[in-house]
Ligand binder design. Sequence first.
Ligand code: SF4
Length: 717
Amino acid sequence: MKQVHSVCPYCGVGCQVAVAVEDNRIVTVSGARGPANEGRLCVKGRYGYDYSRHPNRLTRPMIRRQDAPPKSADLVVDPADPWEVFREASWEEALDFAAGGLKRIRGQHGPHALAALGCAKGSNEEAYLVQKMVRTAFGSNHIDHCTRLCHAGSVVALGHCIGSGAVTLPVRDVMDADCVFLIGSNPTINHPVAATWIKNAIDQHGTKLIIGDPRLQDLSRRAFMHMQFTPDSDVALLNAMAYTIIHEGLANEDFIRAHTEGFEDLRDHLQAYSPEAMAPVCGIAAADLKLAARTYATARNAMIIWGMGSSQSQHGSDNVRCIITLALLTGQIGRRGAGLHPIRGQNNVQGASDMGLMPSDYPDYQKVSDPAVQARFEQLWGCRLSAEKGLTSMEMMDHAVAGDLRGMYIMGENPAMSDANAYHARQGLANLEHLVVQDIFLTESAFQADVVLPASVYWEKTGTFTNTDRWVQLGRQAVEPPGEARQDLWIIQELARRLGLDWNYAGPADVFAEIRQASDNMAGITWERLEAESAVVWPCRKEGDPGEAVMFTDGRFNRPQGRALFVPCEIVEPDERPDAEYPFVLLTGRVLEHWHTGVMTRRSRVLDALEPDPVCHLCPEDLLELGIGAGELVTLETRRGTITAYARADDKLARHNVFMPFCYYEAAVNLLTNPTLDPEAKIPSLKYCGVRVSTGGTAGIRSGFATQQAHAAGALH
Ligand code: SF4
């Protein structure tokens, strides 16, 4: 048996793990001492590893049969028996076919007819090569990834206000904070090890936890206060807190004067946002809004942690601007225990953004529209590049439906499940002339593929992954890929060569060396140091620098004159509110046991056994009023679709709110969600729309379907 030191493949906390391997099989995963976890793991990290041996694993390339049923948004392919739709192919044939289709479209319709989605579960090296391939071979900036659907609002607002889209300090700094304001985030479920540090801070140091969330959570029991505010009223709540800070003389005037601009405009704007005026809007008593503001502002050190509850909104960037305002008003930034932390979802969503897997940014957030940046990358890559901003992920689907986007390459993403109004995404995917999917399972998006390239799971490759704290960590290969599945770096490079790129990277270390040339913030990180230390935090600009876990310690922000910017934000009416026809609010998110669209965790035996069926949560009073018993089938319907799931009584929900996780294919809640976009961040309103709830349902609910298939095949373990 051998032990491999690596990193958990699930969430952005980035827990380091020790993987025990015997005969090319993972036997156990246990916690290792990493900067984010100190040996701690949650249930996903500890038990969610056996998906890699699931019998539905893709192990040979596949090409769509010429006599396959026509592509359609309604087409369902059984991952265990896809042979009516696909046939097996050799790697040579599949890669030639994949690249040939992309080249034909580029030749006939130009670069704007092609786009790609990269993968936030892949390594930095993979993300870097994917965006480079799109920019240099496709010839456009039509490249995006799932940060568009989680923290795009945060990245835009942070970039606008302080000039950097990343966290300003690590999660573990809650241990140095007297106050933690947690808004739109449920870390016990989504970032469980981060939640343990918050619990430790409360228990060991008396840290005051303020929670703002429409739904109560496990941490609420330990919180100083929980503001269970009306969904989609973040701006009202946060502006009322900012008003209080100014009007009660709690603002840090020295900090504002020395390090910010735009304060006078903000102060004038906030006149209309007194707690008394905002209480009926956000559903929180004025006295509680004031108490929260005072507690945050008067703490010696205070942190704000927020999640997708704040950013996944058509007001996502404004919600985050209001969060940033609180930190700038009080000077609660730039110290241990004082700062801003948009807690990131996927294990490498921070790194994927850092690597430029975005339509507006090259690596290190350098803008494609900046001529000096364009010149830098033209020199580095030896080619001409487009200065035109590319399409975001949701826009890609609009263009695919319209027919002017004709070809796509999708690595490890699943828009058929994760996009808001997912049926629209399925229509777009079905409408493509040529779709190349590189993945580990036949995802719902891959149902529409013309060619499927079987890739490696996390445990089968080596690469760097950047966690929510900006720690660049080395994930080390533990096992070999099964069958003819190949490492992603090899697949990307073979595809790129067939698209005319003269690439010859020997491995991840080679790619990382080029990343250092493209990113000033990572220029000081060497592969050798990563091998020796397993984690180095960026910014690390020169070799030997320790790296900056806490940013802006000198009060200079990455903006003109080093000053952070206050941006006044108004309440903007959402385009859809609950009404007589759709009277409940639909909230979406995760459950502890399942990750995102369930591709991995629903194929992990322990996790699927713990939470096998699609459930939707309602408060007991609503269930009583609707005449629905817990465990009975319930149908959810919005203006976009209908799904059926099992009802679960959940006293953490307010009346007339429904919560539904988005991991269940057979009850895909994103078929219901609202695709209206934040105008700047282009993030959809995934967490707020009107929904009708009724008893019963006819959808095909299959209990524990992934596990059953696995057990039937007898292939797990
Ligand atoms: Fe993995 Fe996140 Fe759990 Fe840590 S907290 S073990 S990184 S899923």
